[in-house]
Write a protein that binds this ligand. Structure first.
Ligand SMILES: *[C@@H]1O[C@H](CO)[C@@H](O)[C@H](O)[C@H]1NC(C)=O
Ligand SMILES: *[C@@H]1O[C@H](CO)[C@@H](O)[C@H](O)[C@H]1NC(C)=O
Ligand SMILES: *[C@@H]1O[C@H](CO)[C@@H](O)[C@H](O)[C@H]1NC(C)=O
Ligand SMILES: *[C@@H]1O[C@H](CO)[C@@H](O)[C@H](O)[C@H]1NC(C)=O
Ligand SMILES: *[C@@H]1O[C@H](CO)[C@@H](O)[C@H](O)[C@H]1NC(C)=O
Ligand SMILES: *[C@@H]1O[C@H](CO)[C@@H](O)[C@H](O)[C@H]1NC(C)=O
Ligand SMILES: *[C@@H]1O[C@H](CO)[C@@H](O)[C@H](O)[C@H]1NC(C)=O
Ligand SMILES: *[C@@H]1O[C@H](CO)[C@@H](O)[C@H](O)[C@H]1NC(C)=O
Length: 469
């Protein structure tokens, strides 16, 4: 058995480091997404505080009042405030006593575009209860992941790469009876549509790990080095007996292949087995990770993307060539030789399943190779279905109007009919495969809907039955 990076990679997966220092610059009244199409929200920040520019990324963050009308604002407990704390983590919005609470974010590019969405959670005992909650996140009407807060002082991150079919997308926090959902920050970033081809109209990628090798002790790489503001976390638990870091100051170019890229700042460093180490004698690099199972996906399908570039000037007689194996099975069709200062990658197009959720990738030098393998960066995702479709848009609009008029304080948040487990109280819906659900019945006495029948009801076209007791 060769050295595995499993320990460090798995342990670090959800422990996002503090993303830079607090910024204090004010941006007055900024609400519309900026020219990048980014939406950056500091959840629980009072409206009157206004927005500010994040010191690390120079991105403008705004309060969340324009994106949700649910929940209440809280500050984290003073003992969790550190000088290095990002401003985003100082306050949260929490949603007590409701089944589902949602943020509505604009699709800033076009319908059907691809986005990276990132939610961050820093508990900080904001409620004084010292009870770490577990709750679910949904992207619109589809399960995204379970958020399991395991440390009060450590921000946790949830990220998904998904195609957004509509003009807006909802991020919903769902109470699963294990504590009150809360959120610290929410980011939406457009991603080039050809990137991550595994994310399509019916499937999204949930981040498990994104690692930058060869830069132990260095800072995170994100925007502006990464135009999509992916957060590349340095692999810092390097065992110097086992690995050597190699790097270059020269820029690493993007390959013409539009399906993947990693920023030059990430690709300019790599690791390789240290001469005399066990990995060197077996001429391999081995990575392993766990697929982050959830109640919705006990055996999630996984996608791996491993990034390479040759950073050294390879002498005439030398060759660096390796094979890749996934759980012991050949992954790459042909042996691979990284190109000098050009980013290249291996990835699987179809999700792998099985192996009890435990995966490993081996890069091993071929017999002809005079040099050992190298690796610059890696991303691991699990896949989730986004095949559930939202309720008929006209029905949604009619219900929104009714909700606004009557201010129904039941569980009327998120999509009225989907998912089935969260149908609005007092509604009945019909479901047909691949078709938007329709509202078929509305109980008027539910939630005190009384008085004259407003015109909005006439817009519920599929409705068969109105009860007005
Ligand atoms: C949350 O994490 C803790 C600690 O890892 C674990 O014991 C618990 O089972 C998890 N809860 C859920 C619902 O996943
Ligand atoms: C998305 O990708 C999955 C896996 O390759 C595939 O089964 C599915 O048909 C694709 N969906 C669309 C809409 O292309
Ligand atoms: C590895 O170490 C051995 C013994 O110390 C040495 O002879 C050899 O040249 C080294 N190889 C490389 C590639 O540095
Ligand atoms: C890699 O996966 C294979 C197949 O599941 C397994 O037999 C092997 O023990 C794994 N290696 C490590 C280091 O976990
Ligand atoms: C590379 O590793 C795999 C999995 O451990 C093994 O099956 C294969 O024989 C190795 N290939 C070489 C060339 O060492
Ligand atoms: C290894 O080198 C031999 C001799 O040059 C060649 O015939 C063979 O195709 C090479 N193997 C690979 C995998 O490149
Ligand atoms: C219709 O909705 C009511 C109230 O939400 C519920 O009790 C009932 O079971 C539903 N009927 C059907 C046929 O789903
Ligand atoms: C409508 O809602 C009221 C109030 O919750 C309830 O008493 C009644 O049984 C419901 N009617 C139907 C047909 O579900």
């Amino acid at each position: 058995m060769e050295r595995s990076t499993q320990g460090p990679m798995a342990a670090r997966s959800w422990l996002l480091l503090l993303l830079g220092l607090a910024g204090v610059l004010r941006v007055r009244g900024q609400r519309a997404p900026d020219s990048t199409g980014f939406v950056s929200i500091d959840c629980g920040l009072p409206e009157q505080a206004g927005g500010y520019v994040d010191a690390a990324t120079k991105l403008p963050y705004v309060p969340d009042g324009g994106y949700t009308d649910a929940g209440t604002n809280h500050n984290i407990s003073p003992e969790y405030i550190k000088p290095s704390s990002s401003k985003r983590y100082l306050n949260v919005r929490s949603f007590p006593g409701v089944a589902r609470s949602c943020y509505t974010l604009p699709s800033t590019v076009a319908r059907g575009s691809k986005y990276l969405l990132r939610a961050t959670f820093m508990y900080g005992n904001y409620d004084g209860l010292n009870r770490l909650p577990v709750f679910d996140l949904h992207l619109g009407v589809n399960f995204w992941r379970t958020v399991n807060i395991t440390k009060a002082d450590t921000p946790q991150l949830a990220e998904i790469i998904a195609v957004v079919p509509d003009e807006s997308v909802q991020v919903c926090l769902v109470d699963t009876g294990s504590g009150t959902p809360f959120i610290s920050a929410l980011d939406l970033r457009p991603v080039r549509d050809t990137l991550y081809p595994q994310a399509n109209a019916t499937q999204a990628l949930v981040l498990v790990d994104r690692t930058n090798f060869g830069v132990s002790g260095a800072a995170l790489v994100r925007y502006p080095e990464d135009p999509y503001d992916r957060v590349w976390i340095p692999w810092s638990e390097i065992d110097s007996n086992e690995w050597t870091e190699i790097s270059t100051t020269e820029k690493v170019k993007e390959l013409a292949d539009p399906r993947f890229n990693a920023p030059s700042a990430v690709m300019q460093a790599a690791i390789t087995p240290r001469n005399g180490s066990r990995s060197a004698s077996s001429r391999t690099i081995e990575l392993s990770w766990d697929a982050a199972p959830s109640h919705a996906y006990p055996d999630p399908g996984v996608i791996g993307i491993v990034y390479f570039a040759e950073l050294e000037a390879v002498a005439g007689g030398d060759v660096r060539q390796f094979e890749t194996h996934l759980n012991g099975k050949l992954w790459s069709k042909a042996p691979f030789t990284p190109q000098h200062l050009v980013c290249d990658a291996f990835f699987n197009s179809e999700a792998h399943r099985g192996f009890g959720g435990h995966y490993n990738i081996t890069l091993n030098a071929t017999a002809n190779s005079t040099l050992l393998p190298t690796i610059n960066a890696a991303e691991f995702f699990s896949v989730v279905s986004t095949a559930n479709v939202a309720t008929d848009a006209k029905d949604v609009a009619a219900m929104a109007a009714i909700n606004a008029k009557y201010e129904v304080k039941k569980n009327w948040a998120g999509d009225p009919c989907a998912p089935k487990t969260l149908v609005w109280d007092g509604l009945n819906c019909s479901y047909a495969i691949s078709m938007p659900p329709r509202i078929t019945r509305l109980n008027m006495s539910f939630g005190g809907l009384s008085g004259g029948i407003p015109t909005h009801f006439a817009n519920l076209k599929a409705i068969k039955y109105l009860t007005n007791s």
